[in-house]
Design a protein around this ligand. Structure first.
Ligand code: ATP
Length: 401
């Protein structure tokens, strides 16, 4: 990324190129936190400049002509260079219509003041360009929209506001909180496609404080406005309390899904247009919750056989089972799930299908059943050695066919 920055700086100084570092990297540099990605804006055709850079640095170029944006990938790092543009929203929640414009207009289309600052590369000792009071808001630790219609134009900014607020430990400006409430009450959330909401949710799932962000999105009424069933934060609360939980998307999705009915799970998945693996997390979370009573020792202390646990959990998404060990409130349930993951599900017979055929088990469905019976016996500690497995197979043969 530094090579791109250096090359752009050289060109900017030599040719007076109106190119700027913008958005997140300027914010993070001012906050003295590590900068993740570099984003540049050019007042002019970005794809052409990006093409020259890619040539010079031996990088890979991707161009999106419709938006005048380009990405240069150099040794695994991606740098976005975009044509300064202004946006118009034909109707609330729609995708904007964009046209080339000035840096000022480009900054004015952004979500929050702290994300709407720029640094010119053509100057040796650049000053931050800050039309919207971003520096002041960084000092005051405030998330502030640039204009009152911001959340109506693009309701996904509601989730973005929560994300930055929690990530940085900032507060929403009073006016911004009021605008957010107004846009919620105006019903604008429903105008946004599931894909766009899901993309913002995905950004949240990747954050260290994802659980806190989702809880706040519930409290503010944003998630319930996306789908009314997304309103229960009890499981997220437990995730938020746990320190050092790897930000694994399935944890948070499962925590959101764990209190849904199957019908709500299906309709929320459809609302967010969840891709197959995510929809499966939702489905399996609800399914596992439904069998928890059967895998937990009864209050009278009757143990549940490991083979029963294996039979019921077999085929369920392992991400879901792992996630549930992190947030399910009953330690007995968590204990059973942990044993399933760490021990029981790994137990398989030493004898193979081939061995069983050689011993005289006929080919056909009976073979699979015999293998499953063998596995179950082993999981329950009833066939500890190969000899014991062979004895059991002999019993099955003499009993069965
Ligand atoms: P970071 O979280 O560090 O800001 P990010 O990947 O979330 O990174 P992006 O979503 O890539 O940030 O957005 C980059 C910049 O584009 C933001 O700083 C903001 O200025 C602008 N931006 C992104 N999404 C929107 C939006 N929905 N409305 C207005 N501006 C946006």
């Amino acid at each position: 990324m530094l090579a791109v920055l250096e090359s752009l700086r050289r060109r900017a100084v030599a040719e007076g190129l109106p190119v700027y570092l913008v958005g997140g990297p300027v914010r993070d540099a001012l906050l003295h936190v590590p900068v993740k990605d570099l984003d540049f804006v050019l007042e002019g055709a970005a794809p052409a400049l990006a093409g020259e850079l890619a040539n010079e640095l031996g990088g890979f170029l991707t161009v999106h002509p419709r938006f005048g944006t380009a990405t240069v990938e150099v040794q695994g790092d991606r740098v976005d260079i975009v044509t300064a543009r202004k946006e118009a929203y034909p109707f609330p929640g729609s995708l904007p219509e964009v046209s080339p414009s000035s840096l000022e207009a480009d900054l004015a289309r952004r979500d929050f003041s702290i994300n709407a600052m720029a640094l010119p590369l053509s100057v040796d000792e650049p000053l931050v360009i800050d039309f919207h009071g971003g520096v002041r808001d960084l000092e005051d630790q405030t998330i502030r929209t640039l204009h009152p219609g911001s959340f109506t134009d693009d309701p996904t900014r509601m989730l973005r506001a929560v994300r930055y607020q929690q990530r940085l430990g900032f507060e929403l400006a009073e006016s911004t909180a009021a605008e957010l409430k107004g846009a919620l009450a105006g019903g604008h959330v429903s105008a946004v496609t599931g894909d766009r909401w899901r993309q913002e949710l995905q950004r949240i799932f990747e954050e260290d404080r994802a659980a806190g962000m989702l809880l706040q999105a519930i409290d503010l009424g944003v998630l319930p406005a996306i789908h009314p069933a997304l309103s229960d934060g009890q499981h997220l609360m437990r995730l938020a309390e746990e320190s050092g939980v790897a930000s694994e998307p399935a944890n948070h999705l499962a925590a959101l899904a764990a209190s849904l009915s199957p019908a709500d799970g299906d309709s929320a998945s459809r609302r967010l247009n969840l891709p197959g693996p995510w929809a499966r997390v939702v489905r399996d979370t609800i399914a596992v919750r439904g069998i928890l009573a059967e895998i937990t020792p009864s209050p009278a202390g009757h143990p549940v056989q490991p083979s029963t646990v294996c039979r019921l959990l077999n085929g369920m998404d392992l991400h879901v089972i792992t996630a549930m060990t992190r947030f399910w409130p009953d330690p007995q349930v968590v204990g059973q799930l942990e044993k399933y993951l760490a021990e029981w599900m790994q137990i398989t017979p030493e004898l193979t299908g081939g061995d069983l055929l050689a011993m005289g088990v006929p080919r056909g469905p009976g073979l699979g059943e015999a293998l499953r019976e063998l596995a179950a016996a082993k999981q329950d500690g009833l066939a500890a050695t190969v000899e014991a497995e062979r004895d059991l197979v002999k019993q099955i043969i003499s009993r069965g066919s």
